[in-house]
Design a protein around this ligand. Structure first.
Ligand SMILES: [Zn+2]
Ligand SMILES: [Zn+2]
Length: 337
């Protein structure tokens, strides 16, 4: 089978490898689709210091069970997604169901090898069945959707709330859709028009290009002032400070962006407004289940966000396609099967 290895930053190699033999507690999966994530690009560029090379990338995945290896829950041919992290399953947080806090959590494709191959062997507990009505490419978007569903759940009940999403990339778009599905009125702000157009097409209430329009004015017009809840979905200090600025007094700011270094944040505004600032990390199994239900019920629109696909052996071309600013890119898929 083919397997894609990131030998070192910037160098992808397609290798021939034996189909892995599932060990005890593992299942063998035939990989169908792999979504490429912002974090994959950062690893490819060598920007995440804790990643050791060589590494097999890929964590947003759909596939089918090739060998259930004695699983009581799964059979050959079952359509699945994986929750791409391994857990100790013994610590207090694992036992209490807060397993995204597990002291020994490892993300596939980051801390340990990922799924960029024709077959992968993974712990059985990572796999979740998906309904036939969700195609494999859409299923590979359940993982980023679950990131945003978790962020929404961290924020509490969003029904009737005025929500602002700062950043209109894939995570921003999905956060806006998830918040709307949970009953919020949603404004999304960004500077790249085509990304805002995707949000508009998905039915987001207010899409503001903050290069062309004053975001404060737009908030005053639509929400009567600052947002009740702001989702920061970029991961730079200016967007954190923008989020503080655009949140109402006593409001909640959820930090969903991924940061590369220490940030200088506006503590004065945070304190003055008595803001509640909450970090969010990954997801729980329940967020994945909720995401599968949202996709199935059509409460979020995922297929339009898939803007390109490449075969497994062209992984590096997919990265080049994403990096080329001339392309209007949202989610790019590696179509293995
Ligand atoms: Zn991802
Ligand atoms: Zn644990």
């Amino acid at each position: 089978m083919k397997k894609v290895v990131l030998v070192k930053p910037g160098e992808v190699r397609v290798e021939e490898a034996a189909v892995p033999e599932p060990r005890k507690g593992e299942i063998l999966l035939k990989v169908h689709n792999i979504g490429i994530c912002g974090s994959d690009i950062h690893i490819f560029q060598g920007l995440l210091p804790f990643v050791r090379f060589p590494v097999v990338q890929g964590h947003e995945m759909s596939g089918e069970v090739a060998d259930p290896n004695g699983s009581a829950r799964l059979k050959k041919g079952d359509r699945v997604v994986i929750i791409p992290r391994t857990l100790c399953r013994e610590c207090e947080d694992c036992k209490s169901g807060r397993d995204n806090w597990c002291k020994d959590l490892k993300i596939l494709g980051v801390h340990t090898d990922g799924v960029a191959a024709e077959y992968v062997s993974v712990p059985e507990y990572l796999a979740l069945k998906i309904p036939d009505a969700i195609p494999y490419d859409v299923a590979a978007m359940i993982e980023p959707l679950a990131v945003t569903v978790h962020a929404c759940n961290v924020a509490g009940d969003l029904a009737g709330k005025n929500v602002l999403v700062v950043g209109a990339g894939v995570i921003g778009n999905l956060a806006a859709q998830a918040a709307k599905a949970k009953g919020a009125r949603v404004m999304i702000a960004g500077r790249t028009q085509y990304r805002l157009d995707y949000a508009k097409a998905a039915g987001i209430d207010f899409c503001v290009n903050d290069q062309k329009e004053d975001l404060g004015e737009a908030l005053k017009r639509e929400f009567g002032g600052g947002a009740d809840v702001v989702f920061e979905c970029i991961g730079v200090e200016t967007s954190v400070n923008e989020s503080f600025l655009r949140c109402r007094k006593g409001g909640i700011v959820i930090i969903a962006g991924i940061f590369g270094e220490l940030q200088r944040v506006d503590m004065f505004t945070l304190q003055d407004k008595e803001l509640i600032v909450i970090g969010t990390m990954l997801y729980l199994k329940s967020d994945f289940e909720e995401s599968i239900a949202l996709a199935l019920e059509g409460k979020v629109s995922l297929p339009p966000l898939i803007t390109g696909s490449f075969p497994l052996e062209r992984f590096q071309d997919a990265y080049a396609h994403i990096a080329d600013k001339a392309n209007q890119v949202m989610k790019v898929m590696i179509k293995v099967l």
